[in-house]
Design a protein around this ligand. Structure first.
Ligand SMILES: [Zn+2]
Length: 206
């Protein structure tokens, strides 16, 4: 999920951090529809990928990113809502969730969602308000935690990506129909010129 699809101009960003920014897969790319495989452990490659995913998240003003969105069909998501403007979340720590599995879910909540891989589309989506999540953290330690509010929302959105599910799949048929032509344009890889550079397979609007 994202806040806004443009850079908030982090000051004094060194070039080596910029090198970590990964190209995003866009709606229509096959990898976004695949089931991601679980990880058996972590190594230096996964650690580097986690760092790159956070840098990509910050570069795009995102609040959550799943590995398939950056070309890796593995069960890994990163979330950082600390700079979200949807509320005061400054104290919330970044989360790395490997092989996440939702053990239970409670309540109903309607919140507007969007997705870094489906630029320009924002829609209200119904999801459980709170979840109990089993996952492994960045040290591959097994964790069971409860999440509610925006964290529960973002985690569910990102975990959907690991199953090849996108938030637009959760729209009513009528709501989906209303955005079908926009989706067709995105699936053709056509996005506004100012964000075209973020994507692996895209061209800018004429
Ligand atoms: Zn998404």
């Amino acid at each position: 999920m994202s806040e806004l699809l443009h850079n908030r101009n982090r000051p004094n960003k060194p070039d080596n951090l910029r090198d970590l920014i990964l190209p995003l897969n866009i709606f229509g790319d096959d990898i976004l529809r695949k089931k991601a495989r679980p990880l058996q452990g972590i190594d230096i490659g996964i650690e580097k990928l986690v760092s790159s995913m956070f840098e990509t998240l910050y570069h795009t003003s995102g609040i959550g990113l799943a590995a398939p969105q950056v070309g890796h069909s593995i069960q890994l998501v990163v979330v950082d809502i600390s700079r979200s403007r949807r509320g005061d979340y400054a104290c919330e720590k970044p989360i790395v969730a490997i092989n996440p599995h939702i053990l239970s879910a409670n309540g109903d909540d309607v919140t507007e969602e969007n997705c870094l891989s489906i630029p320009g589309i924002r829609k209200n989506i119904v999801r459980p308000a709170a979840i109990t999540l089993q996952y492994r953290n960045e040290h591959f330690e097994k964790k069971t935690s409860e999440f509610s509010g925006l964290l529960a929302r973002v985690l569910q959105h990102e975990i959907d990506h690991l199953h090849g599910t996108l938030f637009i799949d959760r729209l009513t048929p009528l709501d989906r129909e209303m955005i079908q032509s926009e989706l067709d344009t995105i699936a053709a890889g056509i996005v506004p010129a100012e964000i075209a550079h973020l994507f692996r397979n895209s061209s800018s609007e004429p």
